[in-house]
Design a protein around this ligand. Structure first.
Ligand code: G1P
Ligand code: ZN
Length: 541
């Protein structure tokens, strides 16, 4: 058994974002590919000699094999210790928690989030910092630069680690701790939420359906809902993480979690429905015949978080991404707390949380979380809702009805136009940006444009700026639409159109009907059909 130094050539690495490097699984399986990236990652963070790292992933195809490679390379690069979830499993929020509470030097998370898994699907790897959050751009840039010049990597050559057995072993000089991936996370949740009250509510007859979509939250939800809170077996469906997610597209939205939606909209719907994504950071909340939009979920949580023991002192402040609806702004105003608007992507929340400015954050894209970790957290959002229901004695439809009656209703929808040719999408955005200045006063049906701009962000903590984060067109009276191109797509460009209008009177309209005038105006102003030939979106959330 020895440390080998193996020659490698630079890889086609692409610049990793805060979600790390995502590629087709077969690319990662190519000769030296993963190894090159891992060595570049270790070098990019200043080496791992003497360091302790958390390692784990969402269980998708190649998760176990890649984990062995990472451990062997960490050992060869002089790491002191790796803390690994049993069978190489860790949800992204659970990994963030371990990195923080075990005071490690960071962690390696294997996931491609909500993207499908399997040998012909997606794989991904990212590095999280000692604060538990994704590496900032300065670090991911350093990693990327290193992938281009790397000539060799170091790897321990010996027997692989037994990932299935809990306990401590060694790989060369490095200690390997195989831990229960769920336990510490359950303790964290118990410290934040009123488990006895939730258990009492379940005992009283609340039926719950949690769809884990054959991904990582199965073991977490089963341990918490069924084993700890007393929900009957079968509450969690699709609860075993599978390498290909059982063929599911593990993205918790009405389109991909349609089995859950059908059940919740049916005659015998449970009292509470929820789902999480591949790596456990996204969530969807549904009541019987009552879909809760993520923007509304954030607002309801902001208004009621003080009912959960971990938040009984109230929230420091809240933050939402710019395209997320302003429903939470109205709550923040009523509570007298700060509300920050940031560009799309969880990374912008990290600075605000580290600086103690906000304790609750959310995005319209099914991401909600707090400063208990530095990632969004699907199971956390589910427990927050259950805690609110237990404390108020109200159902999901009652909570929504009360919320809208008090704050008004921000009708909201996102329309995605997928797989557009990149040049056409770029031309559309360029033309739109070019005419922003002249849009004020333009009349479209009953709507008049009040102002339009291209959103730019100044980070109040570190002073950094981010330009061109989405075009927003606001109408007199406050209705608006936002247009931006996805930064996470894999084939062509995805155009996202976010639509919003506030109603204080009519609270039970169908959202698409409530937004009809904004939709019509958006198409007229953007010229989506003229640029792309598309008249209707591929996905509506
Ligand atoms: C999407 C979501 C965004 C989220 C990101 C990562 O990014 O819109 O809110 O933070 O996935 O989960 P997009 O494809 O829009 O760039
Ligand atoms: Zn995810």
């Amino acid at each position: 058994m020895t440390i080998a130094t193996i020659a490698t050539a630079p890889i086609d690495g692409q610049k990793p974002g805060t979600s790390g490097l995502r590629k087709k699984c077969r690319v990662f399986m190519g000769e030296h590919y993963l190894e090159n990236f891992v060595q570049a990652m270790f070098d990019g963070i200043g080496g791992v000699a003497g360091k302790t790292l958390v390692v784990g992933g969402d269980g998708r195809y190649h998760n176990d094999v890649a984990t062995q490679t990472i451990l062997a390379m960490a050992a060869a690069n002089g790491a002191a210790r790796c803390i690994v979830g049993q069978n190489a499993l860790l949800s992204t929020p659970a990994a963030s928690n371990l990195i923080r509470t075990m005071k490690t030097d960071g962690g390696v998370i294997l996931s491609a989030s909500h993207n499908p898994g399997g040998i012909d699907e997606d794989f991904g790897i990212k590095f999280n910092m000692p604060n538990g959050g994704p590496a900032p751009e300065s670090v991911t840039d350093a990693i990327f630069e290193r992938t281009k010049t790397l000539e060799a990597y170091h790897i321990w050559q010996g027997d692989p680690v037994d990932l299935s057995t809990l306990g401590v072993s060694t790989l060369g000089e490095m200690q390997v701790n195989i831990i229960d991936p769920v336990e510490a996370y359950v303790d964290l949740m118990k410290s934040l939420f009123d488990f006895p009250a939730i258990a009492e509510m379940i005992k009283g007859g609340l039926r719950i359906r949690f769809d884990a979509m054959c991904a990582i939250t199965g073991p977490y939800a089963t341990r918490i809902l069924e084993d700890t809170l007393g929900a009957p077996a079968g509450t969690v469906v699709h609860g075993t993480p599978l390498p290909d997610f059982g063929g599911m597209h593990p993205d918790p939205n009405p389109t991909w979690a349609h089995e859950l939606m059908d059940e919740m909209m049916g005659a015998d719907a449970p009292g509470f429905g929820c789902a999480s994504d591949g790596d456990g950071d996204r969530n969807m909340i549904v009541g019987p015949n009552c879909y809760v939009s993520p923007s509304d979920s954030l607002a309801v949580i902001a208004a009621n978080a003080h009912l959960a023991p971990g938040y009984s002192d109230g929230l420091k402040g809240v933050a939402r991404s710019m395209p997320t609806s302003a429903a939470v702004d109205r709550v923040a105003e009523a509570l007298g707390i700060d509300c920050y608007e940031t560009p799309t992507g969880w990374k912008f929340f990290g600075n605000l949380m580290d600086d103690g400015r906000v304790s609750l954050c959310g995005e319209e894209s099914f991401g909600t979380g707090s400063d208990h970790v530095r990632e969004k957290d699907g199971v956390w959002a589910v427990l927050m809702w259950l805690n609110i229901m237990a404390a108020t004695g109200k159902s999901v439809p009652e909570l929504m009805g009360d919320h809208w009656a008090r704050f008004g209703r921000n009708y909201y929808s996102r329309h995605d136009f997928e797989a557009i040719a990149t040049d056409k999408a770029d031309a559309l955005m360029a033309e739109l940006r070019g005419k922003l200045a002249g849009l004020s006063g333009r009349v479209e049906g009953p709507l008049t444009v009040a102002h339009a701009d291209d959103y730019a962000y100044l980070d109040p903590v570190d002073g950094s700026t981010s330009a061109q984060q989405g075009v927003r067109v606001v109408f007199e009276g406050g209705a608006r639409f936002v247009v931006r191109l996805s930064g996470t797509g894999t084939s062509g460009a995805t155009l996202r159109l976010y639509l919003e209008t506030l109603e204080t009177g009519k609270l039970d309209l169908e959202p698409q009907a409530a937004l009809r005038n904004v939709i019509t105006a958006a198409h007229a102003i953007i010229g989506i059909e003229a640029h792309t030939g598309r008249t209707a979106p591929d996905v509506i959330t």
